[in-house]
Design a binder for this molecule. Structure first.
Ligand SMILES: C[S@@+](CC[C@H](N)C(=O)[O-])C[C@H]1O[C@@H](n2cnc3c(N)ncnc32)[C@H](O)[C@@H]1O
Length: 339
């Protein structure tokens, strides 16, 4: 409380002169002649801008002030920290993501086997990018990320190997609501290739930037869903080691294309093979860390209601789980990394 008063006093002493000539003269005389603590107060004022959030929060009785919050605003999102509580109904800050039913608004649809719910892209784009920045999705699929980019005023670049999927998704992306002056571009290429970096960088230049400000990766969960017969498709990898090696090439490209200090989202689940759980998620997580990404979060997302085949045969799966001693997957991971 005393420290809080100290800050208030410092503000008063400093700014009072600009309001009225006589009281400040009196104030300064009193302070200067009786107590040199005004030097300390001035120091507090000057140092305030350089203090950590924790110290400033303590000085202000535990609350992070709008002053400190404002200083943090511009780093990686448009979230106005001076009114951070207003965002809590919309932006998730916990590790358990209960997203509910798929958002089917605008041109979003759940008909592409393996696409994620748009709420994932909504969350990470709002949390980790600013308006007009570039989001890169290296496994674009039916364009869920790019459609959300259109909605939220970000430029989107999607890379997708399957040309039929590129065609189908482009009509959805271009028909989607785009209220801001941004564009979404699809590149038909192998995200594990060296060439993809130049292709993405060329697109960045067209958007007036040198690199991308967020990357989303939603790879095939190895061979769970067969997307096509192209051997460059990660789902066609003959072994888990081969899948991880190819995934590593994609992550290396992501690392090079991402702006320093910015974030990458990995959406991934596990699989069973030959009576054993294959922890693909954690294997992929380690690939990202070994390439140099810092792990920021392992979020668990509920997949109930959005899973396709298992949803229809849930009793059969429960029976098998009881009989064979395993648990039916009801979650996947949204991992957040920082460069
Ligand atoms: C899990 S899906 C992504 C779905 C996407 N998040 C959506 O919401 O529509 C994975 C996608 O990666 C594509 N893919 C697989 N291997 C690839 C590669 N080497 N380069 C680019 N795309 C690839 C597949 O064709 C598939 O569309």
């Amino acid at each position: 409380m005393a420290k809080k008063k100290l800050i208030t006093e410092a503000v008063y002493v400093t700014f009072r002169p600009f309001l009225s000539p006589w009281p400040w003269l009196y104030k300064w005389q009193v302070v200067i002649s009786t107590d040199f603590s005004f030097l300390l107060l001035a120091f507090c004022m000057l140092a305030g801008g350089y203090m950590s959030d924790e110290i400033l929060a303590k000085l202000n009785g535990g609350e992070v002030t709008p002053l400190t919050a404002k200083r943090k605003n511009s780093v990686f999102s448009d979230i106005d920290m001076s009114r951070w509580k207003d965002y809590l109904g919309d932006i998730i800050t916990d590790t358990l993501w209960l997203l509910g039913a798929r958002d089917r608004s605008d041109t979003h649809s759940g008909d592409y086997h393996g696409n994620f719910v748009p709420q994932i892209a909504y969350q990470v784009i709002n949390r980790y990018t600013k308006s007009g920045e570039i989001v890169l999705d290296l496994f674009s699929g039916m364009g869920t990320t790019l459609i959300e980019c259109c909605h939220l005023g970000r430029h989107g670049i999607g890379v997708e190997l399957n040309s039929d999927v590129v065609k189908a998704s482009s009509s959805r992306i271009y028909a989607s609501d785009t209220p801001y002056n941004t564009s979404a571009e699809l590149i038909n290429a192998d995200s594990a290739s060296d060439e993809v970096r130049d292709l993405v960088l060329r697109q960045c230049e067209k958007f007036g930037r040198k690199n991308v400000q967020h990357v989303i990766l939603h790879p095939p969960y190895w061979d769970i869903i067969k997307f096509n017969d192209d051997e460059r498709d990660l789902a066609c990898a003959p072994t888990c080691e081969d899948f991880l090696m190819r995934f590593g090439k994609v992550v290396r490209n992501a690392y090079e294309l991402l702006e320093k200090d910015r974030f990458m989202t990995l959406v991934i689940g596990d699989k069973y093979a030959k009576g054993e759980l294959v922890p693909l998620s954690f294997e992929c997580m380690n690939v990202c860390r070994n390439i140099g990404f810092k792990l920021k979060a392992i979020n668990v997302k509920d997949i109930q209601g959005n899973e396709k085949a298992k949803g229809k045969q849930s009793n059969l799966w429960k029976y098998r789980a009881l009989k064979q001693g395993f648990y039916v997957f009801k979650h996947e991971y949204i991992m957040i990394f920082r460069k």
